[in-house]
Write a protein of this length. Structure first.
Length: 249
């Protein structure tokens, strides 16, 4: 299969961070279980349905149900987390009020860093791509955490800290064009010379293509291993996993 992009036409590859390079879902799951196990240890565990794994699965199912609803109610992420946690912990001897939810997820967030991990193939793929392209990150994540994760996981071998662009420091959140434009200007490149890689269709693909960049959407549920579509004049390549990037460049 011939690559879709080449060093003759492209100069910079921008990546989303969370759930593109870092497996944040697995981090969340592990941290949720850690905190939930701490709580269940305090209760009478005579009921077999009282398990951290059951609570996690119930939480995720409720979250998915709300996210897939044809008409989403206008609630904030914090309110949604509260609704989902309250549903998940119905079998448990605890009153899930907003204060409990806030405390619970503060503990989850504190635990997440110890479980942070890369998706399979990230290091080999970045090493291969870095030989022909400059690599950078555009993320809506917390800048302090992003910097810590870059250092902790050894990603600064390929992506230096000054090539990290976050909505917290460099402008509005994706998909707003301002953060993409800031990144392009700082990297000394143009939209036509750049590609955006991410897992969010709205934030990464639509945001980048609206600025004139081509994009790669990492979509594990894609029917085909690699496919192509267009948004206006911009090329969008759809792949199932990060390691497939080596076949697109």
């Amino acid at each position: 299969m011939s690559p879709f992009f080449s060093p003759m036409r492209k100069k910079v590859i921008f990546f989303d961070m969370n759930n593109t390079i870092l497996d944040r879902r697995q981090c969340f799951d592990s941290a949720f279980l850690e905190v939930m196990n701490d709580y269940t240890a305090r209760w009478d565990n005579s009921d077999d349905s009282w398990s951290a794994q059951n609570a996690l699965q119930s939480y995720k199912m409720e979250w998915s149900r709300h996210r897939k609803a044809p008409i989403r109610s206008p609630i904030s992420p914090d309110e949604l987390r509260h609704l989902c946690l309250r549903k998940a912990l119905q079998p448990y001897p605890v009153s899930v009020n907003p204060a409990f939810t806030r405390s619970f997820f503060e503990q989850v967030e504190a635990q997440e860093d110890q479980y942070v991990a890369l998706f399979p193939g990230v290091e080999d793929t970045l090493e291969a791509l870095s030989k022909n392209y400059e690599l950078a990150i555009i993320s809506n994540g917390n800048r302090k955490k992003l910097q810590s994760n870059l250092q902790k996981l050894g990603l600064t071998s390929w992506i230096e800290q000054d090539r990290l662009f976050s909505s917290e420091k460099d402008g509005p959140r994706k998909p707003h064009p301002a953060i993409f434009e800031t990144a392009l200007k700082t990297m000394g490149t143009t939209s036509s010379q750049s590609v955006m890689v991410g897992n969010s269709w709205r934030n990464d693909v639509v945001g980048a293509t609206s600025c004139g960049m081509d994009a790669i959407w990492i979509h594990p549920g894609s029917v085909k291993k690699i496919s192509e579509r267009r948004i206006g004049k911009q090329k969008v390549i759809i792949i199932r996993s990060f390691k497939q990037l080596q076949y697109t460049f």
